[in-house]
Write a protein that binds this ligand. Structure first.
Ligand code: FES
Length: 252
């Protein structure tokens, strides 16, 4: 474990207040709230957002990029789209200065490695043991009995789940639109275009969600081809989730 490093004067950070400090070359968000000091990595575990730039409210900091909130005392992820804790560090105020000691990375034995990732993860296990490690498309028959329309496509897309959150992409609010038209290549069949967004531009689950969407919709015998168009404007925000998704993720 590293030693404490003096990062600033006590007087430099008001209460409540925050600042960004450099500790042995690592950028750390430092907080002063209710007379106590806290420090966490300046890295949102969703997609690397700069937490020190976020809004501080009591003991939570909101990521300025997509709104995930973290507990500044533990680094725990409190809301989507972040589901993993960010690392927290030891802090002390001494001799007029503030000192930070870096902890080990979360998950490798550091004090924060036991922090529970946001309630959502435990609350939303795979729907059956067979789901564990399985592709995110459930092995069920597509809604082929329904007439081909946007609603029936959305029903099918509920089979496609975010591999980290285990919530389907419709309830997550990732589907912006569905367009259906005659196929130019296969007369009598339809071309389906799905406008989909991601929770962030660099969403690591993106390729899988696109592939699973094509596979799920493509099961319909009346669909000739499925096109997935990624739309980042307007950007996804947590308020696009349905009540069902919020319940599933434990967000109130
Ligand atoms: S990068 Fe922080 S919520 Fe997306």
């Amino acid at each position: 474990m590293s030693d404490f490093v003096r990062v600033c004067d006590v007087a430099e950070v008001p209460d409540p207040g925050k600042t960004l400090v450099d500790v042995d070359g690592e950028m750390v968000a430092l907080f002063h709230v209710d007379g106590a000091w806290h420090a966490i990595d300046d890295v949102c575990t969703h997609d690397g957002g700069p937490l020190a730039d976020g809004e501080l409210r009591n003991h939570t900091i909101s990521c300025p990029r997509h709104g995930a909130r973290f507990d500044i005392r533990t680094g725990a992820a409190l809301t989507m789209p972040a589901i993993r804790p960010t690392r927290s560090h030891d802090v002390k105020a001494e001799g007029g200065g503030v000192w930070v000691r870096l902890r080990a990375a979360a998950g490798v034995g550091g004090p924060t490695s036991g922090a529970v990732p946001a309630a959502p993860v435990a609350a939303t296990p795979a729907s059956s043991p067979a789901d564990a490690g399985a592709p995110s498309v459930a092995a069920v028959t597509p809604a082929t009995d329904l007439p081909l329309c946007e609603d029936s496509i959305r029903e099918i897309l509920k089979e496609v789940k975010d591999p980290e959150l285990f919530v389907n992409i419709v309830d997550l609010g990732l589907i912006y639109g569905v367009t259906i038209g005659p196929s130019a290549d296969e007369p009598g069949k339809q071309h389906v275009a799905v406008d989909m967004t991601m929770t962030s531009p660099a969403c690591p689950a993106g390729p899988q969600l696109i592939a699973d969407t094509k596979r799920a919709v493509g099961r319909r015998p009346d669909v000739a081809a499925v096109e997935v168009r990624i739309v980042m404007d307007p950007p996804w925000t947590p308020d696009r989730m349905t009540e069902a998704a919020r319940d599933q993720l434990g967000i109130f």
